[in-house]
Design a protein. Structure first.
Ligand SMILES: *Cc1c(COP(=O)(O)O)cnc(C)c1O
Length: 497
């Protein structure tokens, strides 16, 4: 079995303070040609530190230049990313981002502007944002788009705030949001933040929401149905058009979490299905590297009825001139300093322009094809929790076939690390016991997918023949199993010798 990634050469590295040797320096300053000044004569005593460096006033490590370079280079190599290997993290779309979009985002004209500049001198940036809004409206089938929110969850909050304000304008008080049990965890969190009560909707036996459950739950106190499509089982909500009709006929809105747009571009426009609000994750689908806590961008698209509530400023085009419009009486206000995370918009714009409509469609087609390839090849080895039907961009398995060997999803995930592969998303969605959620994305080759499938099959065989290999995994890393929660509960933020 061919292993991928690096297994033989581990970059061991202590904290930099352990490298410190008293008196060692990274630079050799040239001799002063002016007399040394007495600091205490220049700076009033009350501003001087009481400690000296010797008594640890500024506890800096004393290291050479090469030690600094090696230290940080080694640390950087402890990091795993899409650029170093396969990263099939379901629901997260950890796909490869073409470097050309990085180059474009780094062009001087984009990086040197400041949001306080007069719009006369930033027409190009405004045009880019204006056109990006138009492209995203076209891709989602919406009438208006804001680029302001800085993440998917922030976009959810923005969308729900607009719904709340619109209901208020209609003179209605609706307090509930319906959320299927296959929803992303941010959906109930955002609903709570926006002041709504969450009502959980159980999905049907095929993993999708049923008309009956919406018929039953949709009353005059429901502000919105918030669903993810494709849902977190990687399935397309086949009844969405009918479901939207029920919600609308009873005065509610349909919010679609569009973070999984990687499966839909050029194939389906959510607006055409009856969706009123959708948020996108530019840092998943549209070429911004993702992970490590941001920055992100979560644009929100709305149908015409909600457009007056979009955050300010709006970008307006008047003849050939672009301006910021602040005078929008019904707006929910501002959600973010300035206009959002601009560099991410540049990457998305560049990505969309380079792919074009046909290219974006091809992206989604291949993302779906790759996920189905994995599903078909692994379904003999791992259990599919729902009916075996084609999936969208991700495939979800359970650990049911492993239980008899005393092996769990966590063991499989840790063992994959020994095979040089980043584990998929595990134990999510919650509706599947021991979920293994695999999103290969369109950017992986067949050879890469085959390598992953072979590793999964080899691990399933190990589970049967040598389960201790899985229980002890990973063994090729610097540390093996760590306590999953201790770092969060007992953070050690200060270095102690
Ligand atoms: C990633 C994701 C989110 C949250 O996006 P953030 O940018 O992390 O806030 C919401 N919903 C779904 C379905 C997602 O996959």
């Amino acid at each position: 079995m061919k292993k991928v990634g690096t297994t033989g050469l581990q970059m061991n590295e202590p904290v930099i303070f352990e490298r410190s040797v008293k008196g060692r320096k990274g630079v050799s300053p040239i001799e002063h040609d002016v007399p040394k000044a007495n600091v205490s004569e220049l700076i009033p005593a009350r501003f001087l530190r009481s400690e000296t460096v010797e008594t640890n006033g500024a506890a800096l490590p004393e290291v050479s230049e090469l030690e600094v370079v090696r230290h940080y280079t080694r640390l950087s190599q402890w990091n795993f990313g899409v650029d170093s290997g396969f990263y099939p993290l379901g629901s997260c779309t950890m796909k490869y981002n073409p470097k050309v979009n990085e180059d474009i985002a780094r062009l001087d004209g984009f990086t040197s502007i400041h949001p306080y500049l007069d719009t006369d001198s930033t027409q190009g940036a405004l045009q880019l944002m204006y056109e990006l809004e138009e492209y995203l409206a076209e891709i989602t089938g919406m009438d208006g788009v804001t680029l302001q929110p800085s993440a998917g969850a922030h976009g959810e909050l923005c969308g729900l705030m607009m719904i709340a304000k619109c209901l208020k304008a209609r003179g209605e008080t609706r307090t509930k949001v319906l959320i299927p049990d296959t929803a992303h965890g941010t959906n109930p969190a955002s609903s709570q933040l926006a002041g709504f009560k969450v009502v959980k909707i159980a999905s049907g036996t095929d993993g999708c929401i049923t008309l009956e459950s919406i018929e039953e739950a949709m009353d005059s106190d429901v502000a919105a149905l918030m669903l993810t499509n494709p849902n977190t089982l990687g399935l397309f909500e086949h009844d969405i058009v009918e479901i939207a009709k029920i919600v609308h006929s009873r005065g509610g809105f349909v919010f679609c979490d569009g973070a999984n747009m990687n499966a839909l571009m050029g194939l389906v426009r959510l607006g055409d299905l009856g969706v009123d609000v959708v948020q996108l994750n530019l840092h998943k689908t549209f070429s911004t590297p993702h992970g490590g806590g941001g920055p992100g961008s979560g644009p929100v698209g709305v149908k015409a009825e909600l457009a007056p509530y979009l955050p300010v400023p709006r970008i307006k085009k008047d003849k050939e001139e672009y301006t910021f419009e602040y005078d929008c009486p019904d707006t929910i206000g501002r959600l973010k300093a300035f206009y959002g995370n601009f560099a991410i918009m540049v990457r998305a714009y560049s990505y969309i322009r380079r792919c074009g409509p046909e290219g974006l469609r091809r992206v989604s087609e291949i993302a779906i094809l790759n996920a189905n390839y994995i599903k078909e090849r692994l379904k003999a080895t791992f259990e599919l929790p729902h009916d075996d039907k084609p999936c969208m961009h991700e495939a979800v398995f359970s650990d049911a076939t492993l239980k008899e060997f005393g092996v769990s999803t966590m063991d499989v995930a840790k063992r994959l690390i020994d095979y040089g592969i980043h584990p998929p998303t595990v134990y999510f969605p919650l509706v599947v016991g021991g979920a293994i959620m695999i999103e290969p994305t369109e950017t992986e080759s067949k050879a890469e997918l085959d390598g992953f499938i072979e590793a999964m099959e080899a691990i399933a065989a190990e589970a049967k023949n040598a389960p201790e290999l899985l229980h002890n995994a990973p063994t090729t890393t610097r540390v093996s199993r760590v306590d999953e929660t201790r770092a969060a509960r007992e953070p050690r933020l200060v270095w102690q010798p």
